[in-house]
Design a protein around this ligand. Structure first.
Ligand SMILES: Nc1nc2c(ncn2[C@@H]2O[C@H](COP(=O)(O)OP(=O)(O)OP(=O)(O)O)[C@@H](O)[C@H]2O)c(=O)[nH]1
Ligand SMILES: [Mg+2]
Length: 413
């Protein structure tokens, strides 16, 4: 991702394990992937088992001494903690260790900064980065400025992030204004779309599950699909025409991850909500990832936090081509939150027809039966019913056209 960088930063991953050691290791595996994506190199790991985080220093005293030795031994340039550090923890650890101290949030923000391409994406990422920074500069001198360059200091585009507190404050105010403008515009387009009475399907899922691959396969969109975390940041909407000529809009958006920084969720709220305004949620799961159940949980937690409720969910267990026959037999493809469950290999085009069928089935179920006399002045509506609904009967009478039909809930007669 940052090919221009010549020397990779050597980093040690650090975690405090409060519960299951297996979960901690899996979370660290993911952190390693994140660090790799951000252009760093993991040269070691250190885990401390504790009942709770040490509020001032994240790790206990003895462990910090051990960590110092590991840093010397591995000639590491810095550490990355697997949880978001408080400003105090960041300051104290930096003072103690004298190397670059980063956390999971900073790494994710860095990746987002590099991935952002649209004006909106860039504004949202910068806003999240500056909010993260502003509290970490406050009252503690310029701890983040001690990061030097490289990972954690890159803003969207080629820009280096601001470290001056006053400038940050002004910039945040400006960016917030920009975000407001964007939201206003969004609200308008959303209304227009509703008026167009097309079913919206929001594609959601853990990062790297295959969301963009689905949209590309089904609608010939050309969204970057990559075996990297957070390949997609900006939402993309594409129209799909069913065999019967009905229209469906699919929206692909940013993937979820455990411990998604709240600054990012805040900043990306409008993007995420946009996608969540869908009528149907298409949940893509990478069933070849051994953590897929945990990932499903994270997805539903994120949806809950965004207030997405009472929408029909279709869950797709994707990448079944990567499973052995034995694994396929062992896995129970089940999701209690879903109305329909499908197995698929989206990349190989397997299972896609079933997914489309499920969507059509839901659309059909959502339709409302009406009997109505439509005045001749509004005869154009018949065309709309043919397109988005099902016209059962039409009779031309003196004062209008009498229809019996199934219409979508968003259509008004
Ligand atoms: N083996 C296999 N690989 C797949 C399948 N579907 C997608 N992939 C691969 O999985 C990787 C991630 O796919 P994307 O479509 O970019 O995933 P995404 O959910 O959009 O990920 P983010 O945008 O990062 O959140 C790519 O390398 C795809 O080629 C599948 O059915 N089988
Ligand atoms: Mg994607």
């Amino acid at each position: 991702m940052f090919e221009t960088e010549e020397v990779k930063e050597k980093l040690i991953l650090v975690s405090v394990s409060l519960g299951n050691p297996g979960d901690t290791e899996k979370s660290l595996d993911e952190l390693e992937e994140l660090v790799d994506t951000a252009g760093g190199e993991c040269v070691g790991r250190m885990v401390q088992n504790l009942d709770s985080f040490v509020s001032a220093t994240y790790l206990g005293k003895g462990k910090i001494e051990e960590l110092k030795m590991l840093i010397d031994l591995k000639k590491a340039d810095g550490i990355v903690c697997d949880d978001e550090l408080s400003p105090m923890q960041l300051k104290n650890l930096t003072d103690e260790l004298n190397v670059k101290v980063m956390d999971r949030t900073l790494i994710i923000l860095d990746i987002f900064a590099a991935r952002a391409t649209t004006r909106e994406g860039k504004i949202q990422v910068e806003l999240a980065q500056l909010r993260y920074r502003s509290t970490r500069l406050l009252g503690f001198g310029k701890d983040l400025s001690r990061l030097g360059g490289g990972i954690g200091t890159r803003g969207p585009g080629e820009k280096k992030l601001e470290i001056d507190r006053r400038v940050i404050k002004n910039r945040i105010a400006m960016l917030r204004q920009d975000v407001k403008e964007i939201e206003k515009h969004r609200e308008l387009t959303r209304k227009n779309r509703k008026a167009g009475s097309i079913t919206n399907v929001a594609i959601v899922g853990y990062t790297n599950a295959g969301k963009s691959t689905f949209l590309n396969t089904v609608t010939n969109a050309s969204i970057l699909e990559e075996d990297k975390l957070f390949a997609t940041l900006d939402p993309t909407t594409r129209e799909y025409t069913t065999k019967n000529g009905g229209k469906i809009l699919f929206t692909d958006t940013v993937g979820f991850i455990r411990k998604l920084p709240h600054h990012l969720v805040e900043a990306f709220k409008s993007t995420l909500e946009e996608a969540m305004h869908g009528d149907i949620i298409l949940h893509i799961i990478d069933v070849s990832n051994e953590q897929y159940e945990e990932q499903m949980k994270v997805v539903y937690e994120t949806l809950d936090s965004l207030g997405v409720k009472n929408k029909p969910v279709i869950s797709v267990f994707n990448k079944i081509d990567k499973l052995s026959e034995e694994e396929k037999n062992d896995i129970i493809f089940k999701d209690v939150r879903a109305k329909y469950v499908e197995c698929a290999s989206i990349k190989k085009g397997i299972g896609i027809d079933n997914i489309i069928n499920d969507i059509e089935e839901i659309i059909r179920e959502q339709k409302i039966y009406v009997e109505k006399l439509i005045p001749y002045s509004e005869a154009g509506i018949i065309q709309k019913i043919r397109k988005d609904g099902e016209l059962l009967k039409e009779e031309y009478k003196e004062d209008g056209i009498y229809v019996e039909a199934y219409i979508p809930p968003f259509m008004r007669l």
